[in-house]
Write a protein that binds this ligand. Structure first.
Ligand SMILES: Nc1ncnc2c1ncn2[C@@H]1O[C@H](COP(=O)(O)OP(=O)(O)OP(=O)(O)O)[C@@H](O)[C@H]1O
Ligand SMILES: [Mg+2]
Length: 585
């Protein structure tokens, strides 16, 4: 299946640059702090040198004491900078998190609309954790220390060129090893990440279908399916871990060998009289220190790669949101809904689901949309509410395209009852008021009364404050649908789109629905009802027939729903005729 690389198109790089710029100053500071730490870390080597070559040969205790006091002072300084450096890094992580997490979550909410799985969408949240976790770990220190490695090499070189060359050679080999680790893990890391998402997607779909799995007893097969995905993920993970683990061990061993080699070479140079005893130890300590960051880098390579790919994905996220320029305020729509040559494609595959639909509804009218299953009714509803952007053509409220409004503004003028009702894991009140912070109790009750659900709500243990639990699980399907309908009607939006609003309603619920549609018309709003059952169409004035991705009829109800023969007389397809006659029965 061809799928857009990201839902995030038509965007700008500027915001990413802003984001990284914000941290550039801090990183420069960290780089300098690392320089100071590394210079101070030479203390040990200098101390050895002075002890052996000065204090011991002269036999002066005051010299020894003076040198020791100086060394302790320098060590403390180094420790101080070390503490500052790691604290700054942790805070950089936290600040980055605070900046990115809300944006990442916003994109995560959007992703399912664009054909991404929920598991994949939720991964964005985990990306934020990965980056923050890495910044708070030892890993980044390696990268700040690495640039200072030449300092030690020069120091050792000044003790003796041979020792310098050996240290340089060691650093070179270890660096090559790091690069090889990078190249080898890169491919596997991506595959591991993907298999993790696949596994989580299965886990998520299994939990969502828990009741079905239990009732028809195929939970064990679902578990097996999960296990297969899990095995695959584990195999890939083992492979990546093996690579980085092996290279980590090899680099450690190499470093130990090198350290001993420096000692051995130093001893030989001393024997032939080219080096002092103190210089042997000093060189050994300095070369060890020079190679430590390489070791640390190889050891932390896996988390570095994870953090880097996570950050790359997050950057995409930030880029996506940068595209959303603040839009001009427009007056609330009052007059009409116009659909012009609307063509809608599936976001995932790009397959055209609905083509060339045009119609117009004026304020105070209600439209019923009918047609056989899979014809494109829900697709039309998604386009009318701005969930899916039009591929071609437009949806206009008072002549302004939906995209000219900011989501939060236009959303106030739209009420939407989806076909698959899902409520938020929140209270009844929060669900109806669309999570408004300053919700209007009167408006909430009014919406609930319009859909005839008020009495049921006040009977709940905590009335409007009752928490609904995940997916509103504590309610019956009909109750959920009515609360969702109340949410759609909250604060009287201009356009109310209801997708099969009566699929779970009893007779009483249906008459409340008809009342609600009358009320929308009376307050000069627009009601759009998708229905299979004609009882939902009592209050509508217009009917659209949507079939096979096309709108094959549109007009006043009494014309469209006339007996079968008329359809043919009007040159409509026999399907329409059959369809419409079924509805009017
Ligand atoms: N998220 C989606 N991604 C890709 N294709 C989709 C998606 N949702 C629906 N479709 C496809 O679009 C077509 C129309 O579906 P739609 O949901 O609009 O039908 P409908 O008229 O609402 O049917 P029903 O009466 O069963 O609700 C179908 O062929 C379906 O396979
Ligand atoms: Mg549908």
């Amino acid at each position: 299946m061809m799928r857009p690389k990201t839902p995030l198109t038509g965007t700008k790089r500027r915001n990413v640059e802003k984001l990284t710029q914000r941290f550039r100053g801090i990183f420069f500071f960290l780089f300098l702090a690392s320089g100071i730490i590394n210079i101070l870390a030479l203390t040990g080597s200098f101390y050895m040198l002075q002890i052996y070559d000065r204090a011991l040969t002269s036999g002066s205790v005051p010299t020894l004491l003076g040198l020791s006091a100086l060394a302790i002072g320098l060590y403390l300084f180094q420790g101080f900078f070390d503490v500052i450096r790691s604290q700054v890094l942790v805070r950089v992580g936290a600040r980055l998190d605070a900046k990115i997490a809300p944006m990442a979550h916003q994109v995560a909410i959007d992703m399912p609309r664009f054909g991404f799985s929920t598991a994949e969408a939720l991964e964005r949240g985990r990306d934020v954790d990965t980056v923050r976790g890495f910044l708070g770990s030892q890993g980044p220190l390696a990268f700040f220390d690495l640039p200072w490695m030449p300092l030690y090499v020069v120091f050792v070189y000044m003790l003796h060129p041979y020792l310098g060359a050996l240290t340089f050679g060691g650093a070179f080999v270890l660096s090559i090893l790091t690069i090889v680790t990078e190249l080898m893990t890169r491919r596997w890391a991506a595959a591991t990440h993907k298999s993790g998402i696949d596994r989580n997607a299965i886990a998520e779909s299994n939990t969502r279908n828990a009741e079905v799995l239990k009732a028809m007893g195929f939970a064990d097969r679902a578990v097996k399916r999960f296990n297969r995905a899990n095995q695959e993920h584990l195999a890939l993970q083992t492979r990546t871990n093996d690579i980085s683990g092996t290279f980590g061990a090899v680099s450690r061993v190499l470093r130990m060998i090198l350290q001993s080699a420096v000692l051995g070479l130093g001893a030989w140079l001393t024997i032939i009289g080219e080096l002092s005893a103190g210089a042997i130890i000093a060189a050994s300590v300095a070369s060890a220190r020079a190679l430590a960051p390489v070791d640390l880098a190889v050891g932390n390579w896996k988390s570095f790669v994870a953090a880097r790919t996570a950050f790359a994905r997050l950057k995409e996220t930030v880029v996506a949101l940068a595209g959303a320029e603040p839009l001009m305020g427009l007056p609330a729509p009052k007059k009409s809904l116009k659909v012009e040559k609307l063509t809608v494609a599936a976001p995932g595959s790009g397959r055209i689901l609905l083509s060339d639909v045009s119609f117009e509804i004026a304020a105070g009218q209600a439209l019923g949309i009918i047609g056989s299953s899979g014809g494109g009714k829900t697709t039309l509803a998604r386009a009318l509410t701005g969930i899916w952007p039009p591929l071609r053509g437009s949806v206009r409220l008072d002549d302004a395209e939906l995209t000219q409004w900011a989501d939060s503004i236009i959303g106030q003028h739209i009420g939407y009852l989806p076909q698959d009702v899902a409520l938020l894991d929140a209270s009844v009140e929060e669900n109806i008021s669309r999570l408004e912070q300053q919700s209007d109790a009167r408006a909430i009750v009014e919406a609930a009364q319009t859909t005839g659900v008020h009495e049921m709500i006040v009977r709940l243990p905590e009335g409007y404050r009752t928490a609904l639990g995940p997916q509103g699980a504590s309610l019956s399907a009909g109750q959920r649908q009515r609360i969702a309908l109340a949410r759609a009607l909250y604060r009287n939006p201009f356009v109310v789109v209801m997708d099969e609003p009566n699929s779970n309603l009893d007779g009483e619920g249906e008459s409340a629905l008809t009342e609600a549609i009358h009320a929308i018309k009376a307050r000069q709003g627009i009601a759009i009802v998708i229905a299979h059952r004609p009882s939902a169409l009592t209050a509508v004035d217009l009917i659209a027939v949507v079939q096979n991705g096309k709108m094959i009829a549109f007009g006043p109800k009494h014309e469209i729903l006339k007996p079968a023969a008329v359809g043919d007389a009007n040159g409509r397809s026999p399907v329409t005729a059959r369809m419409t006659s079924r509805v009017s029965e």
